[in-house]
Design a protein around this ligand. Structure first.
Ligand code: ATP
Ligand code: SF4
Ligand code: MG
Length: 325
């Protein structure tokens, strides 16, 4: 059984008289020790999907439907107490601005110690300090960071602290939401390599949300492509890069210089995301798809298995007999 099983998940935000469906019928599995990249343009629902898994959506405005099983437990049905047992310890997250959640007036070490004690009690002060310094060193930060305040760290150092926090309790699943996006390419590459090494050692699975397909190419085994709240393609990264199935994935790859060579070959996908407050009729990508057929405007393409490991939702590909799940 997969570590994380997402089944037909939909999330809509209700603000005033407007309802926006940010995630629409997504099904996805993450195996133990797997690494899954989630890509898609801004507003496609990536963070909303992550927040639903983490149960961090605003309860008053977000409506969630579907099912999420984590280690067999129904995440959406757990009470606060059960959830707090899972957070950090089994399910951890690093956001782009995770460091903003640290207090500016307390030293890094003291704050990490507080988070450590949430799940592991019984260490004395000296042992705790040693444990945290070891953790800082595992993300290649010097021991002196323990005594620094957040504002005394560079952006790269702050992200390393955030990743150290995410790894602190050796979670079974780590979710990174644009966690390395703001860093320069060299620092980003270094952090990714170190993180992958630690993951292997600690047997951690990872979901990595990013705009950057080249990050997914080096740091993930599988990729899920989202468009306007829908999961339009899923499969092993190398297969999807070499032979994308969905027209949106093809467009995404064509707009990347590293995959198409010369800079003047870069072209974005014309048009923009549809209005997420309107019901979807037919294929959600139809307005921007150069292959759109009459059926695309009338019938929603099913999330369909193309092979054992690949899925896509497009009328050009697959057949009803292969319908996924
Ligand atoms: P980005 O790449 O810019 O981070 P994303 O793929 O993570 O984008 P989301 O942040 O999940 O996208 O947003 C999906 C849709 O849901 C957007 O239309 C957004 O405006 C809307 N949305 C997100 N959070 C809320 C919220 N708290 N209340 C209302 N609408 C929201
Ligand atoms: Fe394009 Fe039709 Fe496929 Fe949608 S279903 S991506 S409109 S070809
Ligand atoms: Mg986001």
């Amino acid at each position: 059984m997969a570590l994380l099983q997402i089944r037909n998940l939909s999330v809509s935000y209700h603000t005033g008289s407007r309802m926006v469906t940010a995630v629409n019928g997504v099904s996805l599995d993450v195996e133990e020790q797997d690494s899954v990249g989630i890509v898609g343009e801004s507003g496609s629902g990536k963070s909303t999907l992550a927040m639903a898994i983490l149960r961090l959506l605003p309860g008053r405005t977000a409506r969630v439907e579907g099912e999420i099983l984590f280690g067999g437990q129904p995440l959406l049905e757990l009470g606060e107490q059960e959830l707090s047992r899972l957070r950090w310890k089994e399910l951890a997250v690093v956001f782009q601005k995770s460091m903003n959640s640290l207090s500016p007036v307390h030293r890094i070490g003291a704050q990490m110690a507080d988070i450590y004690r949430l799940h592991e009690k019984g260490l004395n002060k000296k042992q705790l300090r040693e444990r945290i310094i070891k953790l800082l060193e595992s993300v290649r930060l010097p021991a002196r960071v323990y005594d620094l305040y957040p504002h005394e760290l560079s952006g790269g150092m702050m992200q390393r602290v955030s990743i150290a926090l995410g790894l602190m309790h050796r979670p079974r699943l780590l979710i990174l939401d644009e966690a390395t996006t703001a860093l320069d390419v060299v620092t980003q590459g270094q952090i990714l390599r170190e993180m992958m090494e630690l993951e292997r050692e600690l047997r951690i699975a990872r979901i990595m949300i990013t705009h950057d397909m080249s990050v997914v190419a080096v740091a993930c085994k599988k990729v899920a492509v989202m468009y306007a709240g829908h999961l339009v393609e899923f499969g092993p990264v190398q297969d999807v890069l070499r032979h994308p199935l969905h027209p949106y994935t093809k467009g995404l790859l064509q707009s990347l210089p590293s995959f198409k060579g010369a800079k003047d070959n870069i072209r974005g996908i014309p048009g923009s995301l549809p209005d997420l407050s309107l019901p979807v009729q037919g294929c959600v990508f139809a307005d921007r798809c150069e292959h759109a057929m009459p059926v695309c405007r009338q019938v929603k393409p099913a999330d369909t298995a193309y092979s054992v490991s690949r899925r896509t939702a497009c009328h050009l590909i697959g057949g009803e007999e292969h319908a996924a799940q």
